[in-house]
Design a protein around this ligand. Structure first.
Ligand SMILES: *Cc1c(COP(=O)(O)O)cnc(C)c1O
Length: 230
């Protein structure tokens, strides 16, 4: 049962928070429902979850049309500039701003719609070739530039740590992300509020919580393995 999966995850969140001396309520669980049908999302919704994560604009559009309006959809995947228009206003938070060009596009469309769009900057903290995101140094350089754009509000940082069987391998990266976030917050840049740190997935969310994650993005542990062939 999905419900049992969810409660196991919640239990683990509480324990990880406890180990770190943190309040579990300060950690937002985002249920990553990509590729999963609305029936499964509804099951988790009925258990009280309102934050769901998707990596495709098309899935957010299709699923949000069929599900209750009080769901907060998180855009967590690479966002193409031609999809920006469709997703802003629908997603509560775009976790994956990985270029200045994308930020400019979000800003321009947000101005047209007269809304303000909250975003996170995606950091490729382990400098993996296959991943999107700024390096730590680039993040320093681009934050003031992105924050200065109209109608965009930088809430913090996001990362996807390397895939590993041993979550301890990623502790160094989560720690580096927390430090980066603290350093950027200390710069007190207008139009930023560096209080969101989105990191930790099924394999490593407990370590991420110990190292300061405020948002964890958990798919497989809740919904089971994804079948990309359907
Ligand atoms: C798929 C995905 C997740 C969830 O991964 P799981 O290992 O299934 O928990 C989290 N973040 C991003 C960016 C993803 O694409």
């Amino acid at each position: 049962m999905l419900k049992d999966n969810l409660y196991a995850v919640k239990q683990n969140i509480a324990m990880a928070a406890g180990r770190a001396g943190r309040n579990p309520e300060d950690i937002t669980l985002i249920a990553v429902s990509k590729t999963k049908p609305v029936e499964m999302i509804r099951e988790i919704y009925d258990e009280g979850i309102r934050e769901f994560g998707e990596n495709k604009v098309q899935e957010i559009t299709a699923k949000s049309a069929e599900l209750p309006d009080d769901i907060n959809w998180h855009m967590i995947g690479h966002l193409q500039r031609n999809k920006v228009k469709t997703v802003i206003g629908k997603a509560c938070l775009i976790h994956s701003v990985d270029s200045v060009r994308l930020a400019v596009q979000i800003s321009q469309e947000a101005v047209k719609k007269q809304i303000t769009v909250p975003v996170l900057l995606e950091v490729n903290i382990a400098q993996e070739e296959t991943k999107y995101g700024f390096s730590a140094q680039e993040t320093y350089n681009v934050l003031p530039e992105i924050a200065a754009l109209p109608n965009i509000f930088v809430r913090g940082l996001m990362t996807s740590a390397p895939f590993t069987d041993n979550p301890e391998d990623n502790r160094q990266y989560f720690r580096a992300m927390k430090q980066l976030c603290v350093d950027l917050k200390a710069k007190n840049i207008d139009n930023t509020c560096m209080d969101f740190l989105s990191m930790g997935m099924t394999n490593d969310y407990q370590v991420a919580i110990e190292e300061g994650a405020t948002h964890i993005r958990v798919g497989t542990a809740i919904f089971g393995h994804r079948d990309y062939n359907i």
